[in-house]
Design a protein around this ligand. Sequence first.
Ligand SMILES: Nc1ncnc2c1ncn2[C@@H]1O[C@H](COP(=O)(O)OP(=O)(O)OP(=O)(O)O)[C@@H](O)[C@H]1O
Length: 228
Amino acid sequence: MSLPLHVADLRLRSPRGRLLLDLPALSATPGALIGIRGASGAGKTTLLYALAGLLDRAEGSVRWGDTELLSLGSEGRARFRARNIGMIFQDFMLFEELGALDNASLTALFRPRSERPALRARARARLEALGLTDAERRVTSFSGGERQRVAIARAMAAEAPVLLADEPTASLDRANADRLIDDLVALVRTQGTTLIAVSHDPALLDRMDRVLTIEGGALAADEVPACA
Ligand SMILES: Nc1ncnc2c1ncn2[C@@H]1O[C@H](COP(=O)(O)OP(=O)(O)OP(=O)(O)O)[C@@H](O)[C@H]1O
């Protein structure tokens, strides 16, 4: 399934009324690689959270295909996310009592029984590709970078139509970061996934089709990188 994105008049205010996000319009076609950059505090993570339907106070329209995310209740948004959005966020949302593979296969719970073995096999392969070979080890004992890799494996194994990533290369060394960028681009090109990735990493941003610059919660630029 492919899900075009249409955002209109998206606004978010802090509890004290400060405007954190103000986006009159943003569209993305399925299969696009979109980077988001901007200074610290510009609103990049807030934008990703709004696109995932994770912010209760967001106003306006975030439409993925035929689904108007902001008109759904929190349960409906969670259901939509489980089926359609892979997330690599800075809070990795791992289950401490589970092993790496169980965490990376968690989205199987939302899939028909017949699809679960293939998803688990993809999760194992993604973990191995990311250098995590001890699939049964509980994540409690994992380092920050290892935890991030489990979250990446989970998001990629799900092969959801949309992948939202917040600094996916941040805690990887250069060689692993470069391999991950290759894998993300390959996933998008083969599956028609829409990737929206916040990053400060020029190696990642240079591989995107478009790079958005966020300043003060607003879109300051929407450019094609020089080497795309
Ligand atoms: N619930 C909230 N209440 C008040 N301010 C908030 C809230 N959530 C976010 N902010 C503020 O909104 C701004 C944007 O935050 P955000 O995390 O989106 O920035 P960012 O661009 O991702 O930064 P970084 O690169 O440092 O991660 C920041 O000034 C932050 O303090």
